[in-house]
Write a protein that binds this ligand. Sequence first.
Ligand code: PLP
Length: 225
Amino acid sequence: MHISENIAALKKELAPVKATLVAVSKSHTNEMILEAYKSGQKIFAENYVQELEVKQKALPKDIEWHFIGHLQSNKLKQIIPFITLIQSVDSLKLLRDINKEAAKNNRVINCLLQVFIAEEETKYGFTIEEADSLLNSDEFMAMKNVCITGLMGMATNTADEKQIHEEFKTLKDFYEELNQLPETKNFVLQTLSMGMSSDYKIALQEGSNMVRIGSLIFGERIKKK
Ligand SMILES: *Cc1c(COP(=O)(O)O)cnc(C)c1O
């Protein structure tokens, strides 16, 4: 296993552009996560609530956990007490429910809006127009227990690098547009989460400041049924 070497190499690459490394630990064991943790990695991401809950209980409490999968409202109460960032907010209803559950826990939960930039039909997320109108809605402005801190997007899984560049650029342009808006209590733009193992170099060229990397750190995942 070369987990700590992989992390060191990635951190070296990310430092000059000041991008944050999120280690995507889904499907990997606590032992592997601990190896990454001991090498100084403190931010990990999961995409299943149940798996995250089990790992969070067993692993060091100063790990910052991000959620990156499609999230069902009825599972929120399991992660709201400890989650650091929900990167995958993909509907107004979910944001509303996060706000509600966070209030019960006396927390303000940082969230990214997941924006749909890929060609594929299967990926969750807002269109740019939907995200824009959410951020401008009275309902959002009245939410006290969530803070939108940025955007997350996934490019199409394709060998066409030009297309990947274009999709990431679309999200970066929207991010810059939002950056013109005034900061408020629940809108503090700081994170543009784009790029995974296969496309993070392109994402960085297009202005990403947070990459979510799994297989390049931990190796191939065991496929879920
Ligand atoms: C699994 C996953 C990743 C990491 O994928 P790798 O190809 O293993 O780097 C990044 N982002 C999201 C949303 C994921 O579900």
